[in-house]
Design a protein around this ligand. Structure first.
Ligand code: MG
Ligand code: MG
Length: 272
């Protein structure tokens, strides 16, 4: 069942989401050739505690760490380890925080040093597809409208849309109803209503959509070994329109990137 959130509950989810946003911003500068993902994990764990929250993933379904770190051909759910990142890698970092009983959960795929232009393009398209999906999170639309928008945009570039892993409702639980797939049919699925909070998270493969799970029981990688990207935001439906509870602003500040991609979905200054 979909849990509709009160304005107060949405503010608490925003608080947790913002802690994740700041954590990803803090990591942006640390993600360099030579750094290990276990070092990034420790930095994130300490940072989240320092902000009065608990890591949202640590211990959830018995996951062993604070971050899911998934380089290159890994799609999601990679476990931090002591092998150093290399120039030209990409690294998806997914992070959760729990505060006041509510979760934040989002992800960004970072470039490590100078990245191949074809892989940069994969990152650009995956991130653009996230905002295309967010724009469909409107009253009267249905899950399928959002899913279809992400899928059709992504597939127009010949990329593979992962089927087995999906976005989700977010609140007192990390994964609530409804599921938000990155593929689907217009007009199908649950109707969006005010007070819904969801995590939208396209996972896009440069090659085919097919994935495999590693023997560690967690890591998901592409079946063909080609790179995969993952971007995620937390979004509330307020006054019929999508409003971001998370932000990549802290990442962009750290990396000196200028972007206005979030502007259409920022908290309205007009009270209604
Ligand atoms: Mg996530
Ligand atoms: Mg998620």
């Amino acid at each position: 069942m979909v849990k509709i959130k009160s304005p107060e509950e949405i503010e608490l989810i925003r608080e947790s989401a913002q802690i994740v946003s700041k954590t990803l911003g803090m990591l942006a500068k640390a993600i360099q050739p030579g750094v290990t993902t276990i070092k990034l994990d420790k930095l994130a764990e300490e940072f989240i505690h320092d902000h009065g929250a608990k890591p949202g993933f640590l211990g959830l379904y018995d996951f062993p760490n604070t971050l899911c770190v998934s380089p290159n051909e890994q799609v999601v759910h990679g476990i931090p380890n002591d092998s150093p990142l290399k120039e030209g890698d990409i690294l998806s970092v997914d992070c959760g925080a729990l505060k006041n009983g509510f979760y934040g959960d989002h992800a960004y795929t970072f470039e490590v040093g100078e990245v191949d232009p074809a892989v940069k393009k994969l990152l650009e398209v995956t991130k653009a597809s996230l905002y295309i999906g967010i724009a469909q999170f409107r009253q009267k639309n249905r899950v399928g409208d959002l899913s279809h928008a992400i899928q059709s945009y992504t597939e127009s570039f010949g990329y593979g849309v992962v089927r087995e892993l999906v976005g989700h409702g977010l609140g007192r639980k990390m994964h609530e109803s409804p599921e938000i797939p990155n593929y689907g049919k217009k007009g199908h699925g649950k109707k969006f209503v005010n007070g819904m909070v969801i995590a939208i998270e396209p996972m896009t493969n440069k090659g085919t959509k097919d994935i495999k799970q590693l023997k560690d029981g967690w890591t998901i990688k592409t079946a063909d070994g080609k790179p995969s990207a993952h971007f995620e935001h937390n979004v509330a439906l307020i006054n019929g329109k999508p409003e971001l509870l998370s932000t990549f602003d802290y990442i962009y500040e750290a990396l000196e990137i200028v972007s206005n991609e979030e502007n259409p979905f920022r908290k309205s200054s007009l009270k209604s």
